[in-house]
Design a protein around this ligand. Structure first.
Ligand code: ADP
Ligand code: MG
Length: 146
């Protein structure tokens, strides 16, 4: 496990950008932590690290956004960014075709509020816990599971 403290949002973006080096196609990243903890901010840096120039906004209202990489990186051709904050039922989740998404080999799946997936979560995944320490300070814990 790795624990990182950041002292402003740019630092959290940088952590996301540099995390790309640890990733490969087919990886699933679970981002956990309260609203405002920095999950989407981290994703903005991660997208930059993947070469995505499109602005990353929280997918809260549409649950899933897909971004294509301008060129494949570490076997990753597409980024699926999900935010399950507003999903309520197991039906909502099944409607997303989640199990199909997890089978794709050249995608990176990043899920905010992944706790909601429960038993749908793949056994092999990254778990990132974001914690609000103070207005500008956050703690990020990175673990590889499975
Ligand atoms: P989440 O997706 O977890 O709800 P966001 O990334 O959308 O959180 O929001 C985090 C907010 O906190 C942003 O407005 C960001 O500018 C601010 N912030 C302040 N300090 C930090 C920090 N160290 N890391 C990340 N975000 C920070
Ligand atoms: Mg968010």
């Amino acid at each position: 496990m790795q624990t990182i403290q950041t002292y402003n949002f740019e630092e959290t973006r940088k952590v996301g950008e540099e995390f790309v080096r640890s990733l490969q196609g087919g990886d699933v990243i679970c981002l956990r932590g309260d609203l405002g903890a920095g999950k989407t901010t981290f994703m903005q840096g991660l997208a930059k690290g993947l070469g995505i120039t499109h602005r990353i906004i929280s997918p809260t209202f549409i649950i899933l956004r897909t971004y294509n990489l301008p060129q494949k990186k570490n076997g990753i051709a597409h980024l699926y960014h999900m935010d399950l904050y507003r999903t309520e039922s197991q039906d909502d989740l099944e409607g997303l075709g989640i199990s199909e998404i997890f089978k794709e080999k050249d995608v990176l799946v990043a899920i905010e509020w992944s706790e909601k997936l429960g038993a749908f979560l793949p056994a092999k995944r990254w778990e990132l816990d974001f914690e609000w320490i103070s207005e500008q300070q956050r703690k990020i814990e990175i673990k590889k599971i499975g």
